[in-house]
Design a protein around this ligand. Structure first.
Ligand SMILES: [Zn+2]
Length: 265
């Protein structure tokens, strides 16, 4: 009786001990217990108005990998609510981002590298990532290549969402926003039932000043000039996948998935 009692308590002790051990292992090596294995590392390229941001969010949900938007990272830093591990010594440097953004200046590659490195060092990137808004030029692409190569984490694919210049122009310059509820319309592709009035809340629709045709044309030309070399760069590496970006959100998302899964098989 006594023996079995002490045997039972010994068993309990071992289980408890084992539990602690398990807990310790799971906390020290979380990747062992994650049921989300490595998925993919991809870059999304696409002009303003190509639907790149929307597609990036879609893919992030489908593949359960983080959507890393350079625009979002910069806005978070500028607003002082960044989750990046910014060291005290770097804080003043990064606070310049806010000023630069307010002036509409482009950030130096060095600053951009610092930000993207901080983000890529975060734990959730282990399973892969979708980069959106970075790289923007060849120097940035080379930096990313070196960074990933030194960690033995190569890119899997670069998706280029291809949309004709004229379509982009209409998509952006035709944009109307409800001043009350923020719903977005397009006078060419998704007009409101009554011109200038929101279908949902009957608020007034307005046109963003920087969405006028001339400004948009300039923006797209700058984008083209910077992005063409990137497309060639990744094409030469055999990573580029072109996807037709004209169509509804779901059909474009499906086309991207088909390309990605073709790559993986
Ligand atoms: Zn509205």
């Amino acid at each position: 009786m006594n023996v079995s009692k002490s045997a039972a308590s010994l068993l309990l002790y071992i289980i408890r001990k084992h539990r602690c051990l398990l807990l310790w292992v799971s906390m020290s090596f979380p990747s062992i217990f994650k049921d989300e294995p490595y998925k993919m590392r991809i870059i999304l390229l696409g002009a303003p108005g190509s639907g790149k941001g929307t597609q990036a969010q879609r893919l992030a949900e489908i593949y359960k990998i983080p959507h890393i938007s350079m625009g979002d990272l910069l806005r978070e830093i500028a607003s002082g609510h960044s989750s990046l591990d910014i060291q005290p010594g770097e804080a003043s440097e990064l606070s310049e981002i806010k000023d630069a953004m307010q002036r509409g200046d482009l950030l130096s590659d060095e600053t951009v590298f610092k930000i993207i490195s901080l983000r890529l060092n975060q734990a959730d990137v282990e399973n892969g990532f979708i980069l959106d808004g970075f790289p923007r030029n060849i120097d940035q692409a080379r930096f990313l290549d070196d960074w990933l190569a030194s960690r033995n984490k190569p890119l899997d694919a670069v998706i280029f969402i291809d949309v004709d210049f004229d379509v982009l122009l209409k998509r952006i310059s035709g944009r109307m926003i409800c001043e009350q509820c923020g719903r977005v319309y397009n006078i060419y592709t998704s007009p409101p039932k009554q011109p200038g009035i929101c279908d949902v809340c009957h608020g007034r629709l307005y046109h963003r000043e920087d969405d006028n045709e001339e400004t948009v044309k300039k923006r797209l030309q700058v984008y083209n000039k910077n992005t063409r070399p990137l497309i060639d760069y990744y094409d030469q590496k055999g990573l580029l996948r072109r996807v037709n970006g004209v169509g509804d959100i779901d059909s474009v998302a499906n086309a991207i998935r088909a390309e990605l899964e073709r790559k993986q098989s």
